[in-house]
Ligand binder design. Structure first.
Ligand code: GDP
Ligand code: MG
Length: 202
């Protein structure tokens, strides 16, 4: 009982996976969660075709916390459902496949939707552009420089990953959790009353 309570009170960082179908959002999530890569998913298995959420306890820079990952599948019939998912997120991994040019182009739509839903004009939302499937070097269509320049425009990091070899998988989730943690700390600071401006006159 005491243990369950302790877990509940750990800081929780909520991550949403977005991107076109087939780019590897589920593969990245499952690799991060379970250290597992499945080459061909069983299409009847719920994990790969539907939006799913995962949670685990992790240690971030020596501090225990929980990561919550919502792996979206884009099957949401109503924009309102998608918008609710986005609203529940504190950070986003926007994934494309380096083997598919179109999937990079689609990231713009995902980013626009996220910024619109979160009404984030300052673009401070924790967000990383992720180029997945880099193990398939012979099939690469998107040069790293092209994705880098898009990330530069968006002022967000660009990270290349492989859900197959686990390259940068741990790193990309950790990087995003740090962004989320730091942003929350800043928000807390700015919402606590400023000592100088707060006084009582009797
Ligand atoms: P999602 O629709 O974005 O969730 O994509 P999935 O995770 O279902 O992946 C689609 C297909 O790409 C599956 O057959 C995966 O095994 C494969 N895949 C995903 N990531 C990688 C990767 O990094 N390397 C390789 N070689 N295949 C990948
Ligand atoms: Mg999926």
């Amino acid at each position: 009982m005491a243990k369950a309570k302790a877990k509940q009170s750990l800081p929780l960082h909520k991550i949403i996976m977005v991107g076109s179908g087939g780019v590897g959002k589920s593969a990245l999530t499952l690799q991060y969660m379970y250290g597992d890569f499945v080459e061909e998913y069983d299409p009847t298995k719920a994990d790969c075709n539907y939006t799913n959420s995962y949670r685990k306890k992790v240690v971030l820079d020596g501090q225990e916390c929980q990561i919550d990952i919502l792996d979206t599948a884009g099957q949401e019939e109503y924009a309102a459902i998608r918008d609710n998912y986005y609203r529940s997120g504190e950070g986003f991994l926007c994934v494309f496949s380096v083997c598919e040019q179109e999937s990079l182009e689609h990231t713009q739509e995902f980013r626009d939707q996220i910024l619109r839903v979160l009404d984030d004009e300052t673009h401070k939302i924790p967000f990383i552009l992720v180029g997945n499937k880099v193990d398939l070097a012979h099939l690469r269509k998107v040069p790293a420089t092209e994705a880098q320049s898009l990330a530069g425009e968006w002022r967000c990091p660009y990270v290349e990953t492989s859900a197959k070899t686990r390259q940068n998988v741990e790193e990309v989730y950790t990087m995003l959790m740090r962004q989320i943690r730091d942003r929350k700390a800043k928000q807390q600071q700015s919402s606590s009353p400023d000592k100088d401006s707060c006084c009582v006159i009797l």
